[in-house]
Design a binder for this molecule. Structure first.
Ligand code: FE2
Length: 433
């Protein structure tokens, strides 16, 4: 993390040199060498998947005139579409592996983290990205790493190193920052083996500043140019707008080891100065707002999702509290809830004063430094999982812990709005109790 000015960010940018790849070359490979639109295969797959779900008497309905989508009735009486067309992407290498695969100690983990962060452009390398981030963000991150050095055991460091070694550099670095920030994040990794579960990375949410400065767009551009992410090609699934003053870009990546990566890059709208995301970014920089994880188990050669109630019960048994879940109306396709936020009571007084001027409730919400999101996504039947992985040129193996094939790959905006709201409400309530 750099200071409040752009000077130090620029200095980082000149210290690292990276080959710039034209973004459009990465995100528009829609036609293969045979001249066939590859997306047709993805849509044909979605139609078959929808038909199979309907035949199984799903609670969800068919969307008229679009056989790739299911219709879901929300509790508020409104309906929403769930598009089952997989995102299109060319598998990329798991670039974190060479840094994290041999981690044996806490020092080894932190050393791998530093080297991984230097090996690709992150937000501190982007001119302008830290112009509206307070210097406290750098102190906050340094504090996390320093506390990790004292508090983590070598066994915990090995577990984290092993888990993130299957990802790319971006997700590995942000996941390490998340995992060392809260006990909740590490708990599921710790207890999964005794429960016979595999823990999967689902997504990361990165809080940027404001669309007034194009802060999320800058991060998205970096991720597409240098980290080989692609936006969803399904119309409406590449960018969400929320009526309470924020918006988000959704990025995807398939690794050649079969691990899918999802990123949720959000920012406040330019005309909503009190919206919380820009203030979180001011205080915490680009550390993840939350890491979202799932779990699966293998039964009779088939991978099955661990349900959200099972996940929350397992964590509650270890003293990790959870908040209101959402998504029960999706027939298991996407359920989510947050654990109790990791509160940061050390926000400097000058920042509290500044934030309070935008809204009294923000002073408490700003302490919600980091959350863990628990997710459950229903898995495809093996024949569909095989066919889905074949779309990426990969051979599906139900026993491979990285091969998870969720029926629904995207984020329902209605649920994203719910999880941000619950984290805000919780912050306010905690302050008065
Ligand atoms: Fe999320």
């Amino acid at each position: 993390m750099s200071g409040t000015g752009g000077g130090s960010a620029q200095a980082h940018a000149t210290a690292k040199t990276f080959a710039w790849v034209p973004c459009l070359m990465i995100i528009t490979p829609s036609v293969n060498y045979r001249g066939i639109d590859m997306f047709v295969q993805h849509e044909n797959f979605a139609r078959a998947l929808v038909a199979d779900l309907i035949a199984d008497n799903t609670l969800l309905g068919l969307l008229p005139n679009n056989a790739c989508k299911l219709l879901v009735q929300r509790p508020d009486g409104h309906s929403a579409a769930i598009d089952l067309t997989p995102f299109r992407a060319t598998p990329q290498p798991a670039t974190a592996e060479r840094f994290f695969r041999a981690v044996e100690t806490v020092d080894g983990l932190l050393d791998a983290y530093r080297k991984a962060k230097r090996a690709a452009p992150f937000e501190e390398d982007l001119p302008g990205a830290h112009d509206h981030v307070d210097q406290y963000a750098g102190e906050f991150l340094a504090g996390l790493l320093s506390r990790a050095r004292k508090a983590l055991s070598d066994e915990e460091a090995r577990r984290i190193g092993d888990w993130v070694s299957r990802f790319d550099l971006y997700v590995a670095v942000k996941a390490v920052e998340s995992l060392v920030n809260s006990e909740a994040d590490q708990t599921l990794l710790k207890i999964a083996p005794e429960l016979g579960w595999t823990v999967h990375f689902d997504h990361l949410a990165i809080r940027c500043g404001s669309s007034a400065r194009g802060d999320a767009e800058r991060v998205v551009d970096n991720l597409c140019r240098h980290h080989a992410y692609v936006p969803a090609q399904v119309p409406g699934e590449d960018h969400y707008r929320f009526e309470d003053g924020w918006n988000a870009y959704l990025l995807y990546k398939m690794l050649d080891n079969g691990q899918a990566l999802r990123l949720f890059i959000d920012q406040s709208d330019a005309d909503h100065p009190a919206q919380i995301i820009q203030h979180w970014n001011y205080v915490y920089g680009y550390t993840a707002h939350h890491l979202a994880i799932r779990a699966t188990r293998c039964e009779h050669g088939r991978r099955l999702a661990v349900s959200l109630p099972e996940l929350t019960r397992a964590l509650q048994n270890r003293g990790v509290e959870t908040m209101a879940p959402t998504g029960q109306y999706t027939d298991g396709l996407l359920l989510q809830c947050f654990t109790r936020p990791q509160r940061n009571r050390d926000v400097p007084a000058r920042i509290r004063q500044m934030v309070r001027r935008q809204g009294a409730e923000l002073e408490t919400a700003i302490e919600n430094a980091k959350l863990l999101e628990l997710v459950s996504r229903r898995e495809m039947k093996p024949p569909f999982a095989k066919r889905c992985y074949a779309l990426y040129g990969l051979e599906y193996d139900a026993d491979n812990p990285l091969h998870s094939a969720p029926i629904y790959n995207y984020f329902l905006p209605e649920q994203a709005a719910h999880v941000i709201r619950t984290s805000m409400e919780h912050g306010s309530r905690r302050e008065t109790t």
